[in-house]
Design a protein around this ligand. Structure first.
Ligand code: CAA
Length: 383
């Protein structure tokens, strides 16, 4: 067992930390208040290879693997979780196409995603009535001559209104008994395609610099060359992508929590009450000790999942454990970090207030904590 990271991984981490500190952190509070989407920031992150950290170099990515990706995501999320989620979904989409796309699909979509030309990617799986249970989706892909027409509504799509490349899932089975998971196909759709429009943009509790859109597909026409990894193979593909995505969200939660904890430690050293810095009061010290321990445990679980992914071993269970533990504990860490700040923590004067709001959704998107427990329990059943 080796707990060290390689020079290349450290270089990516340092690159992400540098740009996070220079470009993201100074404007994170303003972005949160104004709800500004980080177009320029994504462009700059692309130039540093951060939109395709684990994407092969041949397709324009950094080719640095899942551990480097997790480390980079942690650094970006520490500075601005809104930017981090757009980066996370873009990496997930680019990696998926690089892994299972045809050579033509790879060439057409992956360099556009990782270079920032497409601005970002989107993962259009969920629907108003099909969140935790994507097999219940009702978006249809119907054959018209030698083309497909996609019709339906997607919901909760991160960057759905901004993305130049979207993976859209739809039921492609012919009329008759529902084929369930096997009747779902993934299609590659370009932002602005005729028939694709943005419905409402959600007003959210946090992540104000990230957009969350519903999408209307009204006969969006695509050819067979838009089908990703075969007709009927879409559900497996979504699950496979989400295994990797969950490492990204665990990393995002770790980054947000690390920022909150570092802020709390700083504050607890500075703030004096009853004649001593409050960190010397056992009640406060205990809170910080618990937070630091949870954070390290979350980091180890997440890097273990990333390590198994890099080795090409199954990592479904490990990714779900990492997401479950990291996001649940990141929520607790942000809550306690805010408590340490007392009344100041409840104001915009300290970033912990934003962290508390931003971290909440990590327990929901890319599979709720309850779904992660289902995945882990099913994996235990297989043993
Ligand atoms: N890898 C590969 N294949 C997998 C898989 C995985 N991790 N998990 C399941 N499959 C395969 C199964 O083997 C099965 O294939 P066969 O029929 O050939 O055996 C098929 O997929 C169906 O699997 P299940 O029967 O297990 O499917 P299910 O309907 O019972 O659902 C579930 C399982 C784990 C609960 C799944 O529905 C799930 O993960 N739900 C949560 C969805 C989710 O995370 N949504 C997030 C939306 S995206 C998002 O949030 C992005 C964003 O913008 C931030």
């Amino acid at each position: 067992m080796n707990f060290g990271i390689t020079e290349e991984q450290e270089l990516i981490r340092r690159t992400a930390a540098g740009v996070a500190e220079r470009l993201l952190a100074p404007r994170a509070a303003a972005r949160d208040l104004a709800g500004t989407f980080p177009v320029e920031e994504l462009r700059e992150l692309a130039t540093l290879g951060l939109l395709g950290v684990a994407v092969p170099e041949a397709l324009g990515g950094a080719g640095a693997g899942a551990i480097a990706y997790s480390l980079a995501m942690q650094e970006l999320a520490k500075a601005d979780a809104s930017v981090a989620v757009a980066v996370s979904v873009t990496n997930m989409v680019a990696e998926l196409i690089a892994k299972v796309g045809s050579p033509a699909q790879q060439q057409r979509f992956v360099p556009a995603l990782v270079s920032g030309k497409a601005v970002c990617g989107a993962f259009a799986l969920s629907e108003p009535q099909a969140g935790s249970d994507p097999v219940a989706m009702t978006t249809q892909a119907v054959r018209h001559g030698d083309r497909w027409r996609l019709t339906g509504n997607k919901a909760w799509i991160t960057s759905g209104d901004r993305a130049g490349v979207l993976v859209v899932w739809a039921k492609s089975s012919p009329p008759g008994p529902d084929a369930g998971a096997k009747g779902i196909t993934a299609f590659l759709v370009e932002g602005g395609a005729p028939g694709l429009s943005v419905g409402r943009l959600e007003q959210k509790m946090g992540l104000h610099g990230s957009s969350t859109a519903s999408l209307v597909l009204d006969g969006v026409e695509v050819g067979d060359d838009a089908v990703l990894a075969g007709v009927g193979g879409g559900f497996r593909l979504a699950m496979m992508a989400l295994d990797g995505g969950r490492i990204g969200i665990a990393s995002q939660a770790i980054g947000i929590a690390r920022g909150a904890l570092e802020g709390a430690v700083r504050y607890a050293k500075d703030r004096t009450q009853f004649g001593v810095p409050i960190i010397q009061h056992q009640a406060v010290g205990n809170m910080l000790a618990d937070c630091a321990t949870w954070l390290d445990a979350a980091t180890l679980l997440t890097l273990r999942a990333a390590h198994k992914k890099e080795l090409g071993q199954p990592f479904t269970r490990e990714a779900s454990m990492a997401k479950l533990f990291a996001t649940e504990h990141a929520g607790k860490i942000c809550d306690l970090a805010l408590q340490v700040h007392g009344g100041y923590g409840y104001t915009h004067d300290f970033p912990v207030e934003r962290a508390y709001r931003d971290v909440r959704v990590t327990r929901i998107y890319e599979g709720t904590s309850e779904i992660q427990r289902i995945v882990i329990a099913r994996e235990l059943l297989k043993q």
